[in-house]
Design a protein around this ligand. Structure first.
Ligand SMILES: NC(=O)c1ccc[n+]([C@@H]2O[C@H](COP(=O)([O-])OP(=O)(O)OC[C@H]3O[C@@H](n4cnc5c(N)ncnc54)[C@H](O)[C@@H]3O)[C@@H](O)[C@H]2O)c1
Length: 260
């Protein structure tokens, strides 16, 4: 077991990549705190973890990562319960797509608040504990959109490129404390987020869902979407000691999208 008795916090674990990561971490023996704004779906994640025998070792918390105080409470409660945090997966994220000239201000605020400020708050309140422990691994969620342009995604791209910069900077700050900070950059991954993105683009362009889906499939050289479990295994690698010499790195799990 690669995470035996490691205390792991995962934000955005009610569905998609976060849920798959939580299930995988449970199989690997982790003690977990799972946080999300969507409490109903979070309970379903907990049920799925039960099947892996990890239910007693898992706590769920309703947390809005846009709310600094909320995030602080999540981190403080984790320390109260378990005394430390070994792995922090900063995964909660949102996507909004559309041409820049029509992009509603409130949608850009949401992207910034969740993807950038949420990432910052989640790290900010955990850092003092990581520094004291002199041990830990932080994994953020960037995207192919941090590396290359994507049509109708300029606003989303800006937040994910920000996550990449944040991750690199933080890696330098925390290296003297034996805390590693890395990101993963998924390509098109079959989650509710991607499906809603494809639906919106299909609606806006007046073309069938399947046509937009095929476009996304062709972006990677492997010709298909990733399963969320395939992203979770990259996150597990960065969480575990198998990546003990990696910090400030970005793991591209994009089916070759950014290689073309
Ligand atoms: N699916 C993809 O193709 C893809 C590609 C590249 C990067 N990513 C990134 O991976 C991460 C996970 O994406 P996913 O596809 O699993 O998305 P998803 O929408 O399926 O899951 C995201 C989770 O984050 C939660 N969340 C949203 N806002 C929140 C908030 N304010 N506070 C707490 N939780 C909140 C949602 O409730 C949801 O459970 C995101 O950061 C996303 O940007 C996804």
């Amino acid at each position: 077991m690669r995470l035996k008795d490691k205390v792991c916090v995962i934000t955005g674990s009610a569905r998609g990549i976060g849920r798959s990561t939580a299930i995988l971490f449970a199989k690997e023996g982790a003690i977990q705190v799972l946080a999300d704004i969507n409490e109903e779906e979070l309970k379903k994640t907990l049920e799925l973890i039960k099947e892996e025998g990890g239910r007693e070792r898992t706590t769920i918390m309703k947390v809005d990562v846009r709310n600094s105080q909320n995030v602080k409470e999540m981190i403080d409660k984790t320390i109260e319960m378990h005394g430390r945090i070994d792995v922090l997966v900063v995964n909660a994220g949102v996507v909004r797509v559309g041409p820049v000239e029509d992009f509603p201000d409130e949608e850009y605020d949401l992207l910034i608040d969740v993807n950038l400020k949420g990432t910052h708050y989640t790290c900010k309140y955990a850092i003092p504990y990581f520094k004291k422990q002199k041990f830990g691994s932080i994994i953020t969620l960037a995207s192919v959109a941090a590396h290359i342009g994507q049509v109708a995604h300029a606003n989303y791209c800006s937040t994910k490129a920000g996550v990449l910069g944040y991750t690199r900077g933080l890696a330098l700050d925390l290296a003297p404390y034996n805390v590693r900070v890395n990101s993963v950059s998924p390509g098109a991954t079959d989650t509710p987020m991607l499906r809603s993105d494809v639906e919106k683009q299909a609606r806006d362009r007046g073309i069938p869902y399947e046509v937009v889906k095929e476009e996304f499939e062709k972006e990677g050289v492997m010709g298909r979407w990733a399963r969320p479990e395939e992203i979770a295994s990259g996150i597990l690698f960065l969480a575990s000691d198998e990546s003990s010499y990696m910090t400030g790195a970005d793991l591209r799990l994009d089916g070759g999208w950014t290689t073309k």
